[in-house]
Design a protein around this ligand. Structure first.
Ligand code: LLP
Length: 389
């Protein structure tokens, strides 16, 4: 075993695959629970979209987080993993009828509603099932987060949420509907956010909105601030557990939560990113004129983040201890964007060497595709490989 990776066990497996360090996942969850638990009324949901591997979901649900779902498939996956329906929230701009029915049938905690048109459909479907749907309105707070343009969601021009100036109208509409119960407000400003000032800006915005609503005697039971806490992709070993203390403290200090209110979080990346690694084997070292390529057997179909968002993932050659050399690490897919990293220094690499593409537990396995008729990567946990700490 080199470092934290059981290479001997890896040799028996078909590459590429995801390897999950479940000890780190458990420690991360423990930290989340202890830091959130210091604040009255804080409730943490896990954003299933980040990773829905059943083994991972199972561990998260054993640690009593709720589930944040964005599709009927995610609701099914979370219920199968053991999340109680009354801890499931359901968001998404385009919920289809069967998904709404499923949510109602299972009696989920809340629908995060993104438009009046959707609210009307939920009301009709709930009426036909003789149910009352609990809803929160997703409000677009027009707060800009310092992150990649593709993953900010809280700005005015996004497709998400209801504009702030339409909020009261929406709440009044909901009050008229017999099969709708308005229970809260939902926000989400983006993902991979490391500047606590962005969350502070969200808190200030929510404070203003709440003051406004109170003037109109509107009582809100739940505030949901979404997810978005980022991780350190550059140095996965330096701080494998994100600074949850700072994150929850930011909300505790800046959000004026009313004594009867619950504050919900929907964290995805910060929970699972660092525990996951994409393990791939080096197929060829190809010398070009000006550079050399390490061609590996994983591609953008297994981990699309570098191709889609120019995201950085640290790569390590975990088989070699020779001096560094410089490589472009590329996959086998017939697309020139199938590149994991350009001009990175790695231990001198050879055919057959294992490469570890780090911090890939979030939005990795779950975003894999079968393009080029490739097999989907499997996910293995350290526990099932018998790796002891
Ligand atoms: N809540 C809502 C409403 C969201 O839209 C998201 C993520 C989350 C919670 C969880 O956010 P997190 O804590 O993971 O930042 N595929 C992209 C990330 C897309 C995030 C979409 N929404 C990536 O690989 O970076």
């Amino acid at each position: 075993m080199k470092g934290k990776f059981p290479i001997d066990k890896f040799r028996k497996l078909r590459t590429p695959f995801y390897y999950y360090d479940t000890e780190l996942l458990r420690k991360t969850l423990k930290t989340i629970n202890s830091e959130a638990g210091k604040h009255e009324g804080f409730i943490v949901h896990y954003a299933i979209k980040a990773n829905a591997n059943p083994k991972i979901l199972n561990i998260i649900c054993q640690n009593s987080l709720g589930a944040d779902c964005v599709s009927g498939g995610e609701i099914e996956a979370s219920i199968k993993a053991g999340f109680p329906a009354n801890k499931i929230v359901f968001a998404g701009v385009g919920k289809s009828d069967w998904e709404i029915k499923l949510g109602l049938e299972k009696n989920i905690l809340c629908f995060n509603v993104e438009s009046i048109a959707e609210l009307e459909v939920i009301n009709d479907i709930a009426a036909s099932m003789n149910k009352v749907a609990s809803v929160a309105f997703r409000i677009n707070p027009n707060v800009s987060a310092h992150t990649h343009a593709n993953i900010t969601t809280g700005l005015a021009e996004n497709k998400f949420g209801i504009a702030m100036h339409d909020m009261e109208g929406a709440i009044e509409e909901a009050a008229k509907m017999k099969n709708i119960k308005f229970t809260g407000l939902h926000f989400h400003i983006g993902s991979q956010i490391l500047d606590m000032g962005d969350f502070e800006a969200l808190c200030n915005r929510i404070n203003d909105l709440q003051d406004e609503l109170e003037k109109h005697h509107i009582k809100v039971e739940n505030i949901n601030v979404g997810g978005g806490l980022g991780i350190d992709y550059q140095h996965p070993n330096r701080m494998p557990i994100p600074d949850f203390k700072d994150y929850f403290d930011t909300y505790a200090h800046h959000l004026r939560l009313r004594p009867w209110q619950k504050l919900h979080f929907e964290l995805g990346r910060a929970v699972v990113a660092q525990c996951g690694t994409l393990i791939t084997k080096t197929l060829y070292i190809k010398k070009g004129t000006a550079k050399q390529f390490a061609i590996v057997d994983a591609g953008m179909t297994d981990l699309i983040r570098p191709a889609l968002y120019q995201a950085y993932h640290k790569i390590e050659n975990i088989s070699s201890e020779e001096d560094n050399d410089t490589y472009d690490v590329v996959g086998p897919i017939c697309e020139s964007s199938d590149v994991f990293a350009k001009a990175v220094d790695l231990n001198k690499s050879h055919r057959g060497d294992f490469m570890a593409i780090r911090s890939a537990g979030a939005y990795g396995e779950i975003m894999a595709s079968q393009y080029n008729c490739r097999k989907l990567p499997k996910g293995y946990t350290s526990e099932e490989m018998g790796v002891e700490s």
